[in-house]
Structures are given as C-alpha cells and as structure tokens.
Design a protein around this ligand. Sequence first.
Ligand code: FAD
Length: 307
Amino acid sequence: MSENSANLGLLAQRLCQIAGDGNVRTAEPLSEHTTFEIGGPAALFVTPGDAQEMRDCIALCRETEAPFFVLGAGSNLLVSDDGFDGVIIALSGMDGIAVDGCEMTCQAGVLLKDASEKACELGLSGLEFACGIPGTVGGACFMNAGAYGGCMADVLKEVTVITADGEIETLGVDVLDLGYRHSRIADEGMLVVSATFTLVPGDAAEIRAKMDDLTEQRTSKQPLELPSAGSTFKRPEGYFAGKLISDAGLKGFQLGGAAVSSKHAGFVVNVGGATAADVCALIAHVQDEVERQFGVRLEPEVRMLGF
Ligand SMILES: Cc1cc2nc3c(=O)[nH]c(=O)nc-3n(C[C@H](O)[C@H](O)[C@H](O)COP(=O)(O)OP(=O)(O)OC[C@H]3O[C@@H](n4cnc5c(N)ncnc54)[C@H](O)[C@@H]3O)c2cc1C
C-alpha cells in the first residue's frame, strides 16, 4: 500500500472525512500502542469515535481492498519491526459505558479496568476477575479473556458486531462458541462494537476487597514492571506453560532485548530495546527447547501483526 503514495493520500483523505482530520495519522509508531512497546509504523492509523464511524472505516478499507486491523489496547499483540502496511483502526475513542439495572453495556474500546471499576462503584459483581487484565472489552471478547477462575463467557449477555459482510448484528453469548482463548468472533473475523454484561448486585466493599486481592496476587507473581504482552503461550492441555519453561531451565534466558521473565517464566518481557525479531527468536527457542525436553509444542497466545 505504501508503495503507492497517491492511493495512501486518497485513503487518508477519505478516512478524515469519516473520523475527522485530528483522528487520522500517517506513519504512526505502533510501539506506542502496544504493551510490549515494540512495533514499527502503521501506514495509516485512525481512531473512530463511534460505531458508525468504525463501520464506515471498515467499509472503506474493504471497498478499497486496503489491509486493515482493529486494535484494542495492544496488550496481546506483537507487531513486526517493519510495522503494518495498512490501516490500523484503533478503538480507544469508543469508550462509553451505559448501565441499566444489572446490565452494563460497554463500547469495544472501554478498558476492562474501567469496566470493573464502574461495576464496583455501582455495587455490581461479576467483573472483578477482569480488573487486572490490561485489554479492552472488544479484545477480551475476541480472546474470551479470563483470569483467576473467571472469563468473559461467565458475564457476557450479548455482543454487537460488524460481520464479515459489513452488517451490524447483536449476538447472544450462547452462539459465540466461547472457549479457552477462543471465540467465534475470532474465527469468523467479526469486529466487536460493544458488549453487554449481566452482573449481579453485590456489596461494593466486598467487590473492592476481591479486586484488591486479585491485584495483589498479580503484582506479586507477574513481571508488571516490564513491558510484555502477558502470557506468551496458551496453556497446553494437562500442563502449565510457565512451569514447562521453568523446568526447561529457561527462566531469565535472554536474546537481544527480549527475555523469559525470571519472575514468571510464562511471560516474555522487553528488558530494554527489544525488537520483534528478538521476541520471535526467543519464542522459537522456547518452543524448540520445551518440545525437545518434554515433547510438548507450546502455541503462542500472543497475536502477531505485520509478519
Ligand atoms: C501484564 C499483562 C497481563 C495479562 N493478563 C491477562 C489475563 O490474566 N488473562 C487474559 O486473558 N489475558 C491477559 N493478558 C492479555 C491481554 O490483556 C488480553 O488478551 C486482552 O483481552 C487483549 O485485549 P486488547 O484490547 O489489548 O487486544 P489487542 O491486543 O489490541 O488485540 C488482540 C486481538 O484482539 C483483536 N481485537 C481487538 N479489539 C477487537 C474488537 N473490538 N473486535 C474484534 N477483534 C478485536 C485484535 O484484532 C487482535 O487480533 C495480559 C496482558 C498483559 C500485558
């Protein structure tokens, strides 16, 4: 796409008409939009303000056959050092929350932290598990994110998505096929516009205490002081990725600026100036070494973009 700067300019102009001049950038460094703090530039980076703008941006990309990618908080993402030669549709501007009794509807760009804080303030229980997951509601539905025994499938009522045909549809949780880090949303390339959670009335102080306890558990066990994308690998059936990596003697193992965390071996961390190439080489080394020693091939949980 960037080879043809006239096309790029035209696309940028049309995106500006949809989302407003201030919400379209060129050559935006993606290292500033990922928790790994890694990634080259996006040719175009647009921040739609609502569902209609999001839909129009997607329709334009599809019409012009421009590659596009919907970005949440970039907390489960490794972007290549060459960046992404297409349009990043970033949802940080879609951050509205509406509450009706025990139902909370969040736009896709709402951070899980903000959704769980809001629920706590209102004395609504169910989202405590999500308070320390640094992603957005959209990214969490895509991944069926979960922690400490809870996951999105437990609290979701329905999601409103843009389908692969460009239609806006609302789908009940029962048809989303949510499983461990799996959803029909991901399988069918649906894009989440908003999600509604069914919560239950609870005591705000108890909800707060539970969130504080989970935050404490997270802070003590996870390397939150260093950039990462959370658990690098999915949990293999019958094992824990972190334990396998640790037992393989790889805790603290470093390649370039990327290292297996010495605090939690399930996390690859950026110890300073890591490139995407460093992280990929480290992931491959961990996969090979764990497979050689234990016969288990670890599968990355982190999504890759621009490779
Ligand atoms: C320190 C740390 C701790 C973490 N702990 C946990 C944990 O306990 N449990 C857990 O499950 N995860 C955890 N994660 C991983 C991550 O936060 C989750 O996977 C989260 O759901 C990703 O959301 P995101 O908005 O950042 O998505 P992104 O990283 O921006 O994107 C990930 C994928 O989701 C897609 N996506 C994003 N938004 C949408 C949308 N609106 N519609 C359709 N697709 C979309 C993207 O296209 C991409 O394919 C952790 C990460 C970090 C850095």
